[in-house]
Design a protein around this ligand. Structure first.
Ligand SMILES: *Cc1c(COP(=O)(O)O)cnc(C)c1O
Length: 390
């Protein structure tokens, strides 16, 4: 009870100093850009540490600070930063740990804008990257060069759900003096905590499960006090990709129900996956917690659940069948992103041939589905009627 390790305590009480604001149950939204000082001495004292003292909201803000404490505790790290998007969190964490002439090893098929950061943005500043199959620990070690500084992971990846062995990757990185960064958006802090396997920096697109209501774009960086301070002092303060106090309050509201939403999405997804896997018109399903998924040992070791995201393939490889199936679905919205209340589908052909959107080499019969909070039987009935059309 009442410890940073107790999930109920973290979500409902940690960081909330209610006696300071009229014992309000929900914390106030401190919608203020700056904070006044009574005298020179207190200002001089505060300005020495912009992370710990509220001076200006591009640095620290009391509403955002509550979230920082909760997120750090959820990931079992010493501290956390909340940013204006997952992309900002990834960029800040990566840029903080490289200089001109350095090299990054990254898993194959990372999130598309991570790929753009590593292949288009950083090369302009003399930083290069190589991409390796993350399932192959030896391949990761072989890709490390004398100037490598970061091992960037995303486990599981968000189209094929390939896992990396976090403990082994952390060990290799330590041996070679690299910083490990992982994009943990797929699992959320509820189902996977990479820091417990020795990963240094855990980033999230909080737009997905952490906020969970498809109404805020935000990102998170969780790491040691030292790593967070380093990122805060340069990248966080200069890039300025902060979250507004209002969005932070929305995110906190979303976070309260994280365990309930995650479990519901996971259970419903598993039910839909099992139904799809048995359907005669379906070739295969990719979901870490389905028995057909390859890396079972690693799934059991690292993850406590998966949430609602999976991919599946129609048996028919005809483009017309893929489009007919997709167009008659009624319960699934056609949209990017995931992690909200609403179920979604993306036919991966939607990305085919689009310049500047590096995506895995996806076949026409592949779909990515996100299962939200609806009744799974309602979703299955919709898939059933759509599969009947082809
Ligand atoms: C959405 C997403 C991101 C980017 O997050 P934004 O909040 O959209 O900037 C990064 N990684 C993964 C795996 C994502 O799904």
């Amino acid at each position: 009870m009442n410890s940073d390790k107790d999930l109920s305590y973290i979500l409902n009480h940690l960081g909330e100093e209610r006696e300071r604001y009229f014992n309000a149950v929900s914390p106030p939204i401190i919608q203020s850009s700056n904070f006044a000082f009574p005298d020179l001495a207190s200002f001089r004292n505060a300005i020495k540490d912009e992370l710990e003292n509220t001076i200006y909201t591009r640095g620290a803000n009391p509403t955002v600070n509550i979230l920082r404490k909760k997120l750090a505790a959820l990931e079992s790290t010493e501290d956390a930063l909340v940013l204006g998007s997952g992309a900002a969190a990834i960029a800040a964490a990566v840029i903080a740990n490289v200089s001109a002439g350095d090299h990054i090893v990254c898993v194959e098929s990372p999130y598309s804008w991570t790929y753009t950061l590593l292949t288009k943005f950083l090369p302009r500043f003399g930083v290069t990257a190589d991409f390796v199959d993350g399932r192959d620990v030896e391949a990761i070690e072989k890709a490390i060069l004398p100037n490598t500084k970061i091992l960037f992971l995303e486990s599981p990846t968000t189209f094929y759900f390939d896992l990396q062995d976090l403990e082994k990757c952390a060990g290799i990185a330590r041996k070679h003096g690299l910083k490990t960064i992982i994009d943990n958006s797929y699992s959320s802090p509820y189902f996977q905590n990479p820091a417990k396997f020795g990963i240094d920096i855990v980033v999230h697109s909080a737009t997905k499960y952490i906020n969970g209501h498809s109404d805020v774009v935000a990102g998170v960086i969780c790491a040691s006090t030292e790593d967070i301070r380093k990122i805060f002092n340069i990248e966080y303060m200069t890039l300025g990709a902060i979250i507004s106090p209002h969005d932070a309050a929305l995110m906190m509201r979303g976070l309260r129900t994280l365990p309930i939403r995650m479990q519901r999405s996971h259970d419903s997804a598993l039910k839909v996956v099992k139904w799809l896997a048995k359907h005669p018109k379906v070739e295969k399903v990719l979901f870490p917690f389905h028995e057909s998924f390859g890396q079972q040992d690693l799934v059991q070791k690292q993850m406590r659940g998966a949430g609602g995201l999976f991919s599946f393939f129609l048996k028919s490889k005809e483009r017309q069948d893929a489009e007919d199936f997709f167009h008659v679905l009624k319960a699934f919205l056609f949209a990017v992103s995931w992690g909200g209340h609403e179920s979604l589908i993306i036919p991966t052909v939607a990305f085919h041939g689009i310049e500047g959107r590096p995506n895995p080499d996806t076949p026409v019969n592949m779909f990515r589905i996100y299962i939200g909070l609806e009744d799974p039987d309602y979703l299955i009935a919709d898939l059933a009627q759509a599969l009947d059309r082809i």
